[in-house]
Design a protein around this ligand. Structure first.
Ligand code: URA
Length: 236
């Protein structure tokens, strides 16, 4: 059981002090009864709560898919740049959101934003690292030897050895490759191609685990990830 004001404010729409005001105005009900005090205890999963006539559909955590544009940083706050959290619309916003994994400032595509630290740990820990799929526009097309080098594990120029990865060309003009990696080293995709004497000019993450970036999302747009889709992410 938790305080009612805490339960309602955890869902993002109202702050704790707003909930107190709404209670005083007689606009909050618990199991059909008007609530007299914001510190009354409730069971978030079982009780029926309404605010201003609207049912509060309680979710312990939220999972958001963002199509990240260039120039936005994968951080929770930044003194200079817009962050991925700044792009979360008010209807999905709540305290404690963070990006589960980072993309470079100039990389676009799928960023998962959540307030569930355990889930983020599960998908990012080296042991379970889910496959992430990128489309990389290159300086020049890949040779057969380059493709073999990816499958054998590329040695980055500083001696770091990458796990095996899959790569295939999607188009030749411009040269665009699809790359699937199982880990998340700093600038990994760009450095893998650099180690082969190539250069990534555009990079987009198009898939996390088994879940594709929703192509209906324009750059900068977000939507909530469903429970079924969360499972798909974890199906590497
Ligand atoms: N690899 C990179 O080089 N950059 C990214 O943003 C993600 C993967």
């Amino acid at each position: 059981m938790e305080r009612l004001d805490k339960i309602i404010s955890s869902q993002g729409k109202y702050s704790r002090s707003e909930v107190k005001k709404l209670v005083r105005a007689g606009l909050v009900t618990l199991n059909g009864e008007k609530v007299k005090s914001a510190d009354v205890k409730a069971d978030a999963e079982r009780d029926t709560i309404t605010v201003d006539g609207e049912a509060v559909s309680y979710r312990k955590h939220i999972y958001i898919m963002l199509n990240k544009p260039k120039g936005v940083v994968s951080a929770t706050d930044d003194a200079v740049h817009k962050t991925v959290i700044d792009l979360v619309p008010p209807a999905l916003y709540r305290q404690g959101l963070f990006p589960a994994g980072r993309l470079d400032g100039d990389t676009t595509g799928f960023v998962l934003i959540t307030d569930d630290g355990d889930f983020a740990h599960r998908i990012l820990s080296p042991k379970n690292h889910i496959i992430k799929t990128y489309h990389a526009t290159l300086d020049h097309t890949l040779s057969a030897e380059d493709i073999i080098a990816f499958t054998e594990g590329i040695d980055l120029r500083d001696g770091t050895l990458c796990l095996e990865a899959q790569v295939k060309m999607l188009s030749e003009n411009p040269p665009v490759a699809e790359v699937k990696i199982h880990e998340g080293k700093y600038h990994q995709v760009k450095r893998m191609f650099a180690a082969l004497g190539n250069r990534v000019t555009e990079l987009k993450r198009v898939k996390m685990g088994g879940l594709d970036l929703d192509e209906r999302l324009k750059e900068g747009e977000c939507r909530e990830i469903t429970a079924e889709e969360l499972e798909i992410i974890q199906n590497r």
